[in-house]
Write a protein that binds this ligand. Sequence first.
Ligand code: NAG
Ligand code: NAG
Ligand code: NAG
Ligand code: NAG
Ligand code: NAG
Ligand code: NAG
Ligand code: NAG
Length: 676
Amino acid sequence: MGGAKVLMLVLLIGWEKSLSLNWNPIPRKTVRYHEVLDSMARFRALGVWNYTMVTLAEHERVLYVGAREVLFALDPNDISRQLRPLIEWPAPQENKRACSAKGKNNQTECFNYIRFLQSYNHTHLYTCGTYAFQPKCTYINADHFSLNPGSLEDGKGKCPYDPAKGHTGLIVDKELYSATLNNFLGTEPVILRNLGQQHYSMKSEYLPAWLNEPDFVGSALVRESSGSKEGDDDKIYFFFSERAVELDCDTELIVARVARVCKGDLGGTRTLQKKWTTFQKARLVCSLPERHVTFNNLREVFTLPGTDWRTTTFYGIFHAQWGDVDVSAVCQYQIGEVKKVFDGPYKEYREGSQRWGRYTGTVPSPRPGACITSWHRGENGYNSSLQLPDATLNFAKKHPLMEEKAQARPLLLTKGINFTRLAVDRVSSLDQRAYNMLFIGTADGWLQRVVILGSEAHVIEEIQLFDSPQPVDSLTISHTKKYLYIGSRSKVLQLPLANCSRYQSQPDCLLSRDPYCAWDSEGRACVRIDLHRGSTSSLSQDLMLERFSRGKAKFDKPVAIPSPDHSRLRNVTVVVESDMVLPCQLVSNLAQPSWVLNDRELQLGDEEAGGPRFDQALKALVVPNAMPVHAGRYVCYSEEQGVKFQMQRYRCRWWQALLWSWRPGPLTAAWVCSGC
Ligand SMILES: *[C@@H]1O[C@H](CO)[C@@H](O)[C@H](O)[C@H]1NC(C)=O
Ligand SMILES: *[C@@H]1O[C@H](CO)[C@@H](O)[C@H](O)[C@H]1NC(C)=O
Ligand SMILES: *[C@@H]1O[C@H](CO)[C@@H](O)[C@H](O)[C@H]1NC(C)=O
Ligand SMILES: *[C@@H]1O[C@H](CO)[C@@H](O)[C@H](O)[C@H]1NC(C)=O
Ligand SMILES: *[C@@H]1O[C@H](CO)[C@@H](O)[C@H](O)[C@H]1NC(C)=O
Ligand SMILES: *[C@@H]1O[C@H](CO)[C@@H](O)[C@H](O)[C@H]1NC(C)=O
Ligand SMILES: *[C@@H]1O[C@H](CO)[C@@H](O)[C@H](O)[C@H]1NC(C)=O
């Protein structure tokens, strides 16, 4: 154990030096809670917790929120406003008693936690709750915002029993697809379809080769029938981590998976009756192969639809622990790469060697696991999966796992932070190019805004969302209202997708590389492009920092930026021969400080050199053993990409004032530095 830890650390140190990707990127700005407090609408109700489900519906006119035993309908323009009286949906006392009698905690577990909430049709929503470990589902009339207590349906397979367990669900054409744990003990995983009148309910086979202690994190519909020459079917993708069956060297190993089923699947007639005939799964790999590092623990997936289904992108959050260090990574997968894996070779369990390996024998026709297409329907006469031959179905049942993996390299790798949730917006920049913008929530309640620029991830800022740390439990983007809604244990928050007015000068606006923001040379302000009225000719943006990298930034004169409140000038008094400390707030975390004393650049050294230095923790110039030669005019500059911002100024005078120290002793002289 100890040896492994040391090796881990050596590896870690090795990487930080050699990684080409942006390892542990520093957010350019850090925005504290008190700085966003006033501009953030909030919603919380007295005595209500766990605002986990946050769903936009009715063309983004209502924000529905599912919490513990309560549902809300909020105004997405200002979530502090409720559009309708709340719905109380508690688990009955007898359920709670039974739940606690079975050994569950009546303070934390035996409640009705809402775990599913989506639009069903124009007039109704569908919702499911854990109902004190006896899951139930029901319709909600959206107009009245009421549920009919008489119409409760069994929630088995549609909602987990345990509120802490992973779950995902999706309503597609009035049918519910869900991936969950199907029993009280949480030992029976299932991927299920029901609700519809069109089809009867469908299930996954209860076999370890299909699902092996999975932790479900996400699902997505991809309309692959659209514009398909082959008459392909729509598919539902599921994402999870599970215990690997195929890695015999270490049976404890968890792997990340993508699985899919075809929407038109009706099961087989004899084999796989009412079971998926199209269930296939593959390993999702997020790794740095040259470093033998793989992230296996998938925590979250966000699906970014493209203009066409072929440009669909999946973004995954992965966790790993290297020694004592928590590492989070974000990997991105194109739908084409995932499809290729499902069209490739199968894996097979070989009874003889008791190992999984590539299947090399002949594959029955029609191809097992494939959707019914025009090829099937045409000359071959297979109108639905019900008509598929047993050879195909038996093979499909035994070979759910594909040989190839969907591979990606991390876009972003961060240590010491657990990412929990992710949402992605596609932003049109000033030059009409589209950039992907990642909003990443963390376990300690921060939001990172990250723009993907080519293969590089640039962290624009980190925003502290709460006064006390708590995980970000959900992120929902409104594209029409341009807000991000954040669900958490204690409240729901509403944040604009960007706040360009935080950038107070032209260089700061350009250096932010925020694709939503541009500098308006007429209004002399950093503005949101999407909210800007009139001509864009006065706007400028520089996401690739082209005008900076050419070394001829147009801002060769130091730019005096207005002093924000927190850097108001202060007088500092220092006793001779003690340390003189002059604070200087830099424009960003990526800036370097420089100081000028009496019009000459001050040479800054490190702590050992003993001379003046900039202390990163204090964010201040420290002059140890200050002497009268250190008197004069100090100016602090914040330098980033060759641009110098003039920050604080101090005048430090040598005062011959004699002061009594608080205890009897020699008289000392004092420094007085006054801001000017
Ligand atoms: C943007 O940030 C500024 C400065 O922190 C703040 O005053 C303003 O209210 C914010 N605007 C919005 C729309 O959040
Ligand atoms: C619900 O919120 C409470 C209070 O913050 C927290 O302790 C608990 O872990 C949450 N439960 C779930 C299932 O999120
Ligand atoms: C929870 O259970 C304990 C004993 O198991 C009981 O004393 C307590 O009253 C219960 N609390 C509630 C709120 O039901
Ligand atoms: C929506 O579904 C509900 C529940 O099945 C049903 O009662 C209602 O009539 C449906 N509404 C429409 C417009 O089809
Ligand atoms: C397949 O469907 C077509 C029309 O939809 C029908 O004419 C044909 O008989 C069906 N074939 C089988 C084998 O069921
Ligand atoms: C990250 O999550 C792991 C387990 O999921 C936990 O042990 C660890 O304390 C978390 N770390 C941070 C920094 O939140
Ligand atoms: C700093 O000192 C000057 C006099 O040197 C005084 O006028 C000013 O009020 C002081 N400022 C603060 C913030 O104490």
